[in-house]
Design a protein around this ligand. Structure first.
Ligand code: NOJ
Length: 560
């Protein structure tokens, strides 16, 4: 296993719209990010991943790109971006861009030309099909509800959109389109950006038969995912991208891959395969999904979480590399979902951080996670801005006639807007995010949960994350050690070891709000050092044959 800078890095994700508003319009922007670079540096971050800042009509908050080489005017200018890149580099950090090339906006000039006639240069940049007997070419569903096909009056054909109607899918079968994408990537890399997080990149190769999928009883549309997830030419495309673009630069890549499994991830991240460095899988994010999917939130079990994390830890151990995350801009806040955001918010946020950051892989921190930001429960659906949330709400209301209150609970648990409320900088108006009306409401708990307070309190979640990051820099075992799960069937404690060259770390995390006792007799007589804990009382000397854990306690001992 080779040593690499991106294996030793910690990444911080910024969702620019919600990060920091510098120009008083209620929307976060690039100059707002520049103002906060010292804060990010203070945390100890190596790499910033910026969610899309490209020109976009914002049907899906920038994941619908109109111009790949322009900056969204709400976020600033290309000069602002260049300054952000310089200022990031000046602080010894790197900047990774979001690459959204499964689809564009329907306002992208390629699509405008593509839809203008059935015969033009750009027609084959997208996926156009004639209908079947007056209806859609097949029964695939869009990820945002309804059919994945949209009829175009002008040319009498349908185009494919796996996300919203305003996000037509690009046709990767077309070599000219692929070359355009590679050229655009080189353009950004030549500017000096340090890599890409690639949006739904395992969707780009579609099975060209475009067959119907099996629909659930009572459903018209079905996920066609078996025909486009990890599709027939995906590895060929990624290897071509590597050869044409990535091989020329020392950059970091991570592919967002819904539905990827460990065996496929070995192919995507294998060191000898020249594809990507890491993937984002979603198996742990699916915990608690009921038969109705993510909106059908059910209780989850710690043994399931351990089984998933362990499968990925062991699966990629000597073959590829893991990305480690609890949060991003599409997921509810982890402290609400996996911890306890009421009685033990700080304690459980620290425990979750420990559990993840001691694993093997590159950790990702999503803005606000480092201060323990929580989910939000807005009173009205009109407070929600996310297209996925809205489409689902409307579908439920229209199709199933459900009443408001019955599905707000699902939205509180799972809406993407939980992650998108403004960053809580201080206890002043709008959490210090803006002095105008914010584009989405601020979580009312900002008076108690904010950066200002976190920086003033040496015991805060922020300083705990800072310490975890410092430890990773110091202890090679955290980066490169082998992982071994302990207490496999335990529904309350997540415990594991990391081992490298005769040194072992023991990580113990209490996932409950109870005092519990566990025994680690095989470690009891060995001399040890306490690396980190969220329990003030714990010492190097504590006996491990019987350990009494506080609610949501986490501890890490090192045995040399
Ligand atoms: C995944 C992104 O993370 C999400 O925010 C977006 O809506 C879809 N891909 C479509 O681009």
């Amino acid at each position: 296993m080779t040593k690499q800078w991106w294996k030793e890095s910690v990444v911080y994700q910024i969702y620019p719209r919600s990060f920091n508003d510098s120009n008083h319009d209620g929307i976060g922007d690039i100059r707002g990010i520049i103002e906060k670079l010292d804060y990010i540096k203070k945390l100890g971050i190596d790499v910033i991943w910026l969610s899309p800042v490209y020109d976009s009509p914002n049907d899906d908050n920038g994941y619908d790109i109109r111009h790949y080489r322009q900056i969204m005017s709400e976020f600033g200018t290309m000069e602002d971006f260049d300054e952000l890149l310089d200022e990031t580099h000046a602080r010894g950090m790197k900047l990774v861009m979001d690459l959204v090339v499964n689809h564009t906006s329907d306002e992208h000039p390629w699509f405008v030309e593509s839809r203008a006639s059935t015969h033009n240069d750009k027609r084959d940049y997208y996926i156009w099909k004639k209908g079947e007997n007056g209806s859609e070419p097949n029964n695939w569903a869009s990820n945002f509800g309804g059919s994945a096909w949209q009829f175009d009056e002008g040319t009498g054909e349908y185009y494919l959109h796996l996300f919203s109607k305003k996000q037509p899918d690009l046709n990767w079968e077309n070599p000219k389109l692929r070359e355009e994408v590679y050229d655009m990537m080189r353009w950004w890399l030549n500017k000096g950006v340090d890599g890409f997080r690639m949006d739904v990149i395992n969707f780009i190769s579609k099975d060209q038969r475009f067959l119907d999928s099996d629909a659930k009883p009572g459903h018209v549309y079905a996920s066609g995912s078996s025909y486009f997830r990890n599709g027939p030419r995906i590895h060929e495309f990624l290897q071509e991208m590597h050869k044409e673009v990535l091989s020329g630069y020392d950059v970091m890549t991570v592919g967002e891959m819904p539905g990827v499994d460990v065996e496929q991830a070995k192919l995507y991240t294998g060191e000898d395969r020249n594809e990507l460095h890491m993937v984002f899988h979603f198996e742990h994010m699916g915990l608690g999904n009921g038969p109705g999917g993510k909106w059908d939130n059910q209780p989850w079990k710690l043994t399931e979480l351990k089984q998933i994390m362990t499968k990925w830890q062991k699966g990629l151990e000597s073959v590829g590399w893991n990305s480690l995350y609890w949060n991003n801009h599409d997921q509810p806040r982890a402290v609400t979902r996996f911890g306890d955001d009421a009685d033990y918010r700080e304690q459980s946020a620290k425990m979750l951080a420990t559990c993840l950051h001691m694993m093997k892989g590159t950790p990702y921190i999503y803005q606000g996670e480092e201060i323990g930001m929580t989910n939000v429960s807005f009173p009205s659906i009109t407070d929600y801005k996310d297209i996925e949330t809205w489409n689902w709400y409307q579908e439920q209301k229209e199709k199933f006639g459900r009443d408001h209150s019955s599905f707000m609970a699902s939205i509180y648990d799972r809406s993407r807007d939980n992650a998108r409320t403004p960053m809580q900088w201080s206890d002043s108006a709008n959490a210090g995010f803006t002095d105008a009306k914010p584009w989405i409401g601020v979580n009312p708990n900002y008076k108690n949960i904010n950066v200002k307070q976190s920086l003033e309190n040496p015991d805060s979640v922020f300083y705990y994350y800072q310490k975890l990051i410092q430890l990773r820099k110091r202890e090679q075992t955290i980066v490169y050690g082998d992982y071994e799960l302990l207490l496999e069937d335990d529904e309350e404690v997540f415990a594991y070891t990391r081992t490298l060259k005769g040194e072992t770390l023991l990580i113990v995390c209490n996932f409950t709000g109870k005092y519990i006792t566990r025994e680690f007799p095989s470690f009891s007589n060995k001399p040890k050092t306490l690396l980190i804990t969220n329990n003030d009382e714990r010492t190097d000397m504590d006996a491990l044959d019987r350990v009494r854990l506080l609610p949501y306690e986490a501890l890490v001992y090192k045995f040399s």
